[in-house]
Ligand binder design. Sequence first.
Ligand code: MN
Length: 200
Amino acid sequence: MSFQLPSLPYAFNALEPHIDARTMEIHHGKHHQAYVNNLNAAIAGTDAEKLTIEQICANISKYSTAVRNNGGGHYNHSLFWTIMAPNAGGNPSGKLAEAINSAFGSFDDFKTKFNQAAATRFGSGWAWLIKNAAGKLEVCSTPNQDNPLMDIAEVKGSPLLGLDVWEHAYYLHYQNRRPDYCNAFWNVVNWNEVAKRFEK
Ligand code: MN
């Protein structure tokens, strides 16, 4: 079995004006596709072909750098497309909102902390909201295509929300203004999907 590029659950231009169509088209069709192709090439003929991407991430220290970079890239982008949606944004509700308030004080405090993690990740990487093993929410960031599922991650947990802060995710529209991209992201967060992940 080989990994496949998941289809984007909305049109390339659906997240405009916050994320532009050209960026989405290249990001999904070129960058994510390349991670999938390179992951498949790196695991061809090995036992990893029988595993899920989550299982591969959980034992990533046993694999090559190519599997780490491209397996992470595949997992991270697959999550990223689903936690965004057109006509989304706003505030989380229900149990997720309660957990955010309990962990960070308020939704605004959470957003500040998340934006800070995204803005201060040097070079390329991701900012995350995760549920840790104790069921508590935490904000963290990872370099390159690492993620909090990986056994090598500094802070581990199940990703609920992730923001790609590689320049390829924002440079066409935002150039060097990463903080503007991070602020715009809140307008397209699919809180229904984040809540589903939290309650799992
Ligand atoms: Mn990316």
